[in-house]
Design a protein. Sequence first.
Length: 234
Amino acid sequence: MNGEIAASGRYKLLVVEDDGVIAEEMKRQLEKWGYEVVCAEDFKNVLAEFTRIAPHLVLMDIGLPFFNGYYWCSQIRQISQVPIIFVSSAGDNMNIVMAVNMGGDDFLVKPFGAEVLSAKVQAMLRRTYAFREQMNVMEYQGLILDLSDASLLAEGRKLELTKNEFRILQLLFENAGSTVARETIMKRLWDNDCFVDDNTLTVNMTRLKKKLETVGAGGLIHTQKGLGYVLGAG
C-alpha cells in the first residue's frame, strides 16, 4: 500500500459484492469522493483479484458465490493487513462477531446511505494510514519501505538498500500491481546519463532480487519479458 498517500483520490478500493447493481452504485458513490474503485469479477478466486489490484481497503459482502466473504477475508489476512469492511444485510450480532473473528475491521449493514459509506471508508483509511504517512513509509502486503533511511522491513528483519535498490523499490511500490517499463526505471536511476547500457539495469535488478531473498521476499519483483518489472504479480 502506498504509505505517502494524502488525497482520497490516491486510495484504491476493492468492492467484493455479488449484486452487480449494488456494486456499481457503491463504485459510483465512492468515485464521487475521489477514490479509485475496482469491482471484483472473479468470485472463484477473490484472492487473485486482491493480489492483482493491490487495494488500500476492501469492501466485502458476506453472501458470495462459491465461497463466502468470511473465507476470503481469512485468505487475505494470510498475506495482508489491509483494512476490510464487511458490507451485508445480515447485520445480526452473530455475523458481526464472526466478521471480527475472521479478521474484519468494521461492519456496514445494508441498506445504507452514500454519506454513511463514505464516512466509514474515510475513517478506516485515516486510522490505517495516517500514522504510516507521518512515519514516511510505504507498505505493500506486509513489507515496509522506509523512505527516511532507505531500508525495507520484511518479517521483522531490516534490509539496508543501496541508492539504486531503494529507487527501484520506491518506483515499484508507487506502481504496485502495474508493470513499470525498463525505460521508466532507467530514467529514475540515471536521468543525467545518456550512455547507460541497458544491461546495467538487469544487473541491478538481479542483485536486488537476490538481496530480497535473504529476508524471505524473493518473489516480490517479477519480470515481464519485453515490458519491464511488476511488484507482486507474476
